[in-house]
Design a protein around this ligand. Structure first.
Ligand code: FEO
Ligand code: CA
Ligand code: CA
Ligand code: CA
Length: 665
């Protein structure tokens, strides 16, 4: 039996596996439990790990800190805020956290003012989209690293009909009762990306209105090219595109990355949810679609738009699940789906230029028991001729990670004809390897992880930090070193060191940096540095960013339906070096029902840009004072406007230090 669960019944249950039930934290832990959890003793005593694996799991530096708890100076100099949940956002004292742009604000010149009671798809395509997730920055002019003026690249992941549209009614397994084709077109227009020019004037950030750089890219209408080994394959062809080389739009863009040459990589994550229908029993795509959960049926778009109905257009779902490369400096450029980087539920695409000059892109596949990947370009980054780099991501090697129990790691090449990736196993070409990347990873024996979200790579140490957000379906028998907890409701973070600190290496080592959750709750099995305060621990790491000083910042997404930690999502600094390694410190908190996304430092570390996604939705009913499911008419919060009749609005927030200076100093 497949341990995965590709089919979900409705969107509310399905997004990012949000239907899992967290642990009951009301059970009072004994003093022994507290000590055991705080110091990870339960894990040491469990007996399922070898001594080597224990050392690999917890790492020599954390073991050392458990012995002595000797303190050095925190690298995160700010006054920590408290866990909690309320209607608005909070930042550490001495900082400003100002709204930069909200859902519906004008992006493109000529955009009409936002009117949520009379919204149209045409207006939405000129306005800032919904559910801002990834945020990236390219200074202007390119190459200047200008920290005060540049382009902001923002993903719009998905839509929440219940708080976007008046009177959509109640949701059942076929969607909201009163959805119409016109509303669906607004949703399609609200998906995709925004590119906006921003500048700091007299210490205050603003969007440059009507800038020629300002651009909306949408699922509804933006033409895109398909490149790389899967382009033109028979499995990529549709009625719209007989050549299999062009497609309209991008969907469910979660995290992403900005390359060294200033291109914007945007990730197609839960693409499966947008398709519905049913393939015939003998259809050749059945194994592929089963493995990806197509059709997810989270939206009823397939009822009105044939390309989202797999009965009518059975190959359209093969044209989603890719990394899309966009040139933010050319508003007329055509975005390109780079198939060489594989097809899966792409969470992020952070990259680094290796010492060899090759570009290395680190990527997670966000599903329970799915894999971590990296792509190494064949060519090298051209620092003299920026345009020459567009195409670099079409040739190279995709690798999938195997985490060995002895603390080592192997990157397994996903190359047609090598190992099991042959015609006998259903892989007739590199296109087959890429369209069915997950199936190829299964065949290679990659390590099933606890929902790999964002991966950050440090420009200073070359180390990689993998956010494993949670996986409550992992059983005790499925526990391994890199996924050390059964029923993992709180997630963990794995640190990867490439052999020789060479990001192109095919081997490396790994350590678990922290096991998330409340260290004072005995049944949780959390492992933090004991210096972590009662507010310094977190649950469900999702995104991360490493600032120019090499400090790791983590944002969380605890998902819907329950209060896992008792606090709203937010951002925490997390020490990675020295005796404080594994110590968290809380910096920012979102309003009720939101998740924290997009953490992005500008080049001087004096501006920290974050994205507040879906305020008033996920899990609000679990919090005291908010016991209801939000609707447009009665949302749990009307953040950030707090005006009657105005719904909550996903927004990008700019954090600066009052009086100026480096964040966290
Ligand atoms: Fe859209 Fe995996 O977060
Ligand atoms: Ca995410
Ligand atoms: Ca990131
Ligand atoms: Ca998320």
């Amino acid at each position: 039996m497949d341990q995965r669960d590709p089919q979900f019944s409705c969107k509310a249950e399905a997004f990012e596996a949000a239907e899992d039930v967290g642990r009951n934290q009301s059970q009072a832990p004994t003093f022994g439990d507290v000590v055991a959890a705080r110091f990870g003793r339960r894990n040491f005593l469990r007996g399922s790990l070898t001594a080597t694996a224990v050392a690999a799991t917890f790492g020599p530096s954390l073991l050392r800190s458990m012995d002595a708890a000797a303190q050095t100076t925190s690298r995160y100099v700010f006054e920590e805020i408290s866990h909690g949940v309320d209607e608005t956002h909070h930042v550490a004292p001495g900082y400003n956290a100002d709204i930069l742009i909200r859902w519906g604000d004008p992006v493109v010149a000529g955009s009409p003012a936002f009117d949520p009671h009379a919204q149209t798809a045409a207006a939405q395509e000129m306005q800032f989209g919904y559910n801002n997730d990834f945020v990236g920055y390219v200074g202007l002019p390119f190459g200047s690293n200008n920290p005060d003026h540049g382009l902001l690249c923002v993903n719009h992941e998905y839509t929440n009909e219940e708080v976007m549209f008046p009177g959509v009614g109640v949701q059942d397994e076929t969607g909201f009762a009163n959805m119409t084709p016109d509303l669906i077109e607004i949703e399609m227009a609200a998906h995709g990306n925004s590119i906006i020019e921003i500048e700091k004037v007299d210490g205050t950030w603003r969007v440059v209105a009507d800038s020629p750089y300002n651009r909306r890219i949408s699922l509804r209408s933006t033409p895109m090219e398909i490149s790389g080994p899967a382009a033109g394959d028979a499995r990529m062809k549709t009625a719209y595109d007989a050549a299999g080389t062009r497609v309209i739009g991008t969907v469910n863009n979660c995290a992403g990355g900005i390359t060294a040459y200033g291109s914007y990589l945007t990730c197609e994550e839960n693409f499966n949810g947008y398709f519905w229908g049913e393939l015939t029993e003998d259809h050749p795509e059945n194994a592929n679609y089963d493995r990806y959960g197509v059709p997810g049926g989270w939206y009823n778009w397939g009822e009105h738009f044939s390309r989202f109905n797999i009965n009518q257009e059975p190959n359209e779902a093969n044209r989603f699940g890719w990394i899309v490369e966009i040139d933010p400096l050319d508003p007329h450029s055509v975005p390109v789906k780079r198939t060489a980087l594989g097809r899966f539920k792409h969470e992020g695409a952070e990259s680094i230029v290796a010492d060899s000059g090759q570009l290395v892109v680190y990527m997670g596949d966000d599903e329970r028991f799915d894999y971590i990947y990296k792509f190494v370009s064949a060519g090298t980054v051209n620092t003299e001729d920026r345009a020459a780099n567009f195409g670099l991501l079409d040739e190279g090697t995709l690798y999938v990670a195997r985490f060995n129990e002895d603390g080592t790691l192997d990157w397994l090449p996903m190359v047609h004809g090598e190992g099991p990736l042959t015609a006998e196993n259903g892989f007739n070409s590199q296109a087959d390897v890429l369209i069915g990347t997950r199936l190829a990873g299964d065949a290679l024996g990659a390590t099933p992880m606890d929902r790999p979200e964002d991966l950050g790579v440090s420009a200073t140490t070359k180390k990689i930090y993998a956010m494993l957000t949670n996986n409550t379906r992992r059983t005790a028998e499925q526990v391994d070193g890199a996924n050390p907890r059964a029923d993992n409701a709180f997630g963990h973070i794995v640190e990867i060191t490439e052999t020789g600190d060479d990001n192109t290496a095919t081997t490396g080592t790994w350590e678990v940096l922290v096991q998330c959750g409340d260290p004072a709750a005995g049944d949780v099995g959390a492992v933090w540095n004991p210096a972590t305060s009662e507010n310094g621990w977190f649950a469900a790491p999702d995104n991360c960013v490493i600032d120019s000083q090499g400090r790791l910042w983590v944002s969380t997404d605890q998902g819907g339906g329950w209060a896992r930690s008792g606090t709203a999502d937010g951002i925490w600094g997390l020490e990675t070096e020295g005796d404080l390694r594994g110590t968290g410190k809380m910096f920012f908190r979102v309003p009720v029902g939101a998740e924290m996304c997009g953490p992005c430092f500008l080049p001087d570390d004096q501006t920290f840009i974050v994205a507040v996604q879906h305020p008033a939705t996920d899990g609000t009913a679990a919090y005291p004072g908010f016991e209801r499911t939000s609707t447009f008419e009665d949302p749990a919060t009307r953040w950030p406007d707090f005006q009657d009749g105005m719904p909550p609005r996903p927004s990008v927030v700019v954090i600066t230090k009052q009086g100026g200076g480096v964040i966290g100093s």
